[in-house]
Design a binder for this molecule. Structure first.
Ligand SMILES: Cc1ncc(COP(=O)(O)O)c(C=O)c1O
Length: 423
């Protein structure tokens, strides 16, 4: 599409947006706020707000312990099956539990146990650091018998070096684990191609879907993915600290074992037997009691996404990131900004990074005096996340115009270079 750098054009785009009515399904108390951080913490859906009240007052307050027999016990599998429809997984393969980091730990340990003779783990330097730390912890706990190979980038951390990736996956590779969408640049891996590449060498594949789930269609079963994890507080709008999810392909569930043998993953937990027998299927990857208040709130939060469908969400997401890329060039390039994300939308998730040597201080000025909320990622990335259900084109226009004003008036100069704890 040929965009124009004018507010009226943004209004036109909003008028033509088939998803425009979904914005009203979210709590938007401050209409002047430009919220570009839905890729870190999604806005609150009204239905989740109402559900949270009902859970606290009725399910917890009135039903008390009876809640476990009124749907709480089954919630990890039930909500997992709802998320499954967003990520192309048949029932019985997705479970909501714990955090993304903990789920990664469980599945990495399970994957490595499936190929004990293989010694290599392949990932990339642009992966979310927690994922790299978890891998390092697993390797240490297993007696340093594995080697982690991190492939790099050929263009300033924007996109991975795919030739290096192909070469790194050898017959000795146990596991290839990558973020489907990279947290800084928003680069989107070709899940099918990478999964096939790994499988050709007999390696298992584990995808971190944190930055893609809820933003674009994912086809785990069709791609033959072995394992996946993802978080629910970004594009799934589940709320701060909402529990994460994990996926284990049906074909390997009975051979897979969780490294944490808790009673929720036991075959008959209410027999209170003294020895562990894993529950059939993916349920064995539960360990203990789950955070019901936030799990059930997150379940409600999924409703707008399930209604809208991932194809229409992706279509709008592409238009949003294309428009923002256009505005980066037309409004911000004269101030020294460059696009830190792929130009081709087929290689991009739903956020973009704009890079500037003063990125940190510009980000602070935006938050503290311009009512714009992006986030900052080292060394010079201001990340702008666009959630198709509630980000409007006018909001993007307004956000870019305010960034331009920060630059014109050099508003960032009064902020210290020293960083706050959370960026
Ligand atoms: C790609 C990715 N993986 C893993 C995590 C860690 O998630 P958690 O803190 O919920 O364990 C995050 C957190 O932002 C993330 O962005």
């Amino acid at each position: 599409m040929n965009f124009l750098p004018a507010q009226g054009f943004a209004h036109e785009l909003d008028k033509q947006d088939p998803l425009k009515s979904y914005r009203d399904q979210f709590v938007i108390d401050d209409p002047g706020l430009v919220y570009f951080d839905g890729n870190s913490l999604g806005r609150m859906p009204r239905v989740a707000q109402e559900k949270a009240k009902q859970i606290v007052e009725e399910e917890w307050g009135r039903d008390l312990i009876r809640g476990w027999n009124k749907g709480w016990w089954e919630a990890p599998a039930r909500v997992g099956n709802k998320i499954a429809t967003l990520i192309g997984a048949a029932v019985g393969q997705v479970l909501v539990s714990d955090t993304t980091s903990i789920n990664l730990y469980k599945l990495v340990m399970a994957a490595l146990a499936l190929g004990p003779e293989r010694k290599r783990i392949v990932t990339d330097t642009m992966n979310f650091p927690s994922d790299l730390y978890i891998l390092q912890g697993c390797v240490t706990q297993l007696g340093n018998r594995h080697e982690i190979v991190r492939i790099g980038s050929n263009d300033k951390e924007l996109t991975p070096d795919l030739n290096a990736l192909a070469q790194a996956i050898t017959e000795d590779t146990a596991l290839v684990t990558l973020s489907h969408v990279l947290f800084k640049s928003g680069y989107l891996y070709d899940m099918k191609a990478v999964t096939e590449l790994a499988h050709r060498k007999g390696a298992l594949v584990l995808w971190d879907l944190s930055h893609s789930v809820g933003a674009l269609p994912i086809t785990l079963d069709e791609c033959g993915v072995d394992f996946a994890i993802g978080c629910t507080y970004k594009y799934l709008n589940g709320g701060p600290g909402a529990p994460a999810f994990l996926y284990v392909n049906k074909s390997i569930q009975e051979r897979s074992s969780s490294p944490i043998w808790g009673w929720w993953g036991q075959n008959r937990p209410f027999d209170f037997g003294l020895d562990y027998t894993p529950a059939p299927g993916v349920a064995r990857f539960l360990a203990g009691t789950q955070p019901m208040l936030s799990l059930l709130t997150m379940e409600a939060a999924l409703e707008p996404l399930l209604q809208a469908g991932m194809d229409s969400i992706r279509a709008k997401s592409i238009l949003l990131t294309e428009y923002a890329s256009f505005l980066t060039q037309s409004l911000l390039a004269p101030f020294g900004f460059s696009l830190g994300s792929p130009v081709d939308s087929a290689q991009r998730g739903s956020h973009i990074s704009i890079r500037h040597p003063e990125g940190y201080r510009i980000n602070r000025a935006l938050i503290e005096e311009m009512n714009v909320i992006p986030d900052f990622r080292e060394p010079d990335n201001i990340r702008l996340g666009f959630a198709p259900l509630y980000t409007s084109f006018v909001e993007i226009w307004e956000g870019f115009d305010r960034i331009r004003r920060v630059m014109e008036d050099k508003k960032y100069e009064k902020y210290p270079k020293q960083k706050l704890a959370v960026t």
